[in-house]
Design a protein around this ligand. Structure first.
Ligand SMILES: N[C@@H](CCC(=O)N[C@@H](CS)C(=O)NCC(=O)O)C(=O)O
Length: 209
């Protein structure tokens, strides 16, 4: 199933950092293909032929192209079940696990983009994320239950959310509430997350040097 190896298209200090951290948590080998977003690698025909969106992360496995962070996370965590980062079908946590991964892409990111552009969102009944405050409260109410999004079970969803909340609080798009800060710190304290962050910082330094 997980033969051939996965190819991972990554740019340092970007959204694909979460996928890099996930690989580290999974403890698996993969082929790394690095792009430099500053020099426009993502708009070159060679990369657009792989991902027409010109975005990272993207992964290739066999003939399958997978883009969009929640899909990438679900795919990889299912591909390597021995790492136990995805509740399996039949596990009562499977539904909440899928919910929080998809919530990231369909509610959190659109809400953040509207906020960062200081754009008037659509009315809550039309807007996919309702409104920013409801979206955030839904998330923080879940984090209050802790320690992880699925309670005592750490999952790929925490890898995605821990990293995302780290950069979004840094950019002041999400308030650094104590519950949010404590959750970020728990996720980032994991050795795999630290290894991924160090490797990514070294890659960024190499690109800018
Ligand atoms: N919906 C995509 C968004 C990916 C995305 O926005 N990636 C950014 C990196 S932070 C990117 O590749 N930007 C390059 C560009 O558009 O030029 C996902 O969730 O994976």
């Amino acid at each position: 199933m997980n033969d051939p190896r996965v190819t991972f298209y990554h740019a340092p200090q970007s959204r694909s950092g979460g996928t890099r951290a996930l690989f580290e948590e999974l403890g698996v080998d993969y082929d790394l293909h690095v792009l430099n977003l500053k020099t426009g690698d993502q708009r070159e025909p060679a990369y657009l032929a792989i991902n027409p969106m010109g975005k990272v992360p993207a992964i290739h496995h066999g003939n399958a192209l997978i883009t969009e962070q929640p899909a990438v996370f679900m795919y990889l965590a299912d591909l390597y079940p021995e790492a136990k980062l995805a509740p399996q079908i039949g596990d009562p946590l499977r539904g909440p696990y899928l919910r929080w991964l998809v919530f990231y892409g369909s509610c959190f990111e659109p809400a953040l983009v509207d906020k960062s552009m200081q754009r008037e969102p659509a009315p809550p009944s039309t807007c996919g994320y309702g409104d920013y405050d409801t979206m955030l409260k839904t998330l923080t109410d879940q984090l209050e239950k802790g320690p992880w999004l699925l309670g005592d079970t750490f999952s790929a969803a925490d890898v995605l959310w821990g990293g995302a909340l780290n950069w979004t609080t840094m950019f002041k798009l999400v308030p650094e509430l104590p519950v949010v800060r404590a959750y970020i710190d728990r996720v980032l304290a994991r050795p795999a997350m630290q290894r991924a962050a160090a490797a990514d910082a070294a890659l960024a330094a190499k690109q800018s040097g």
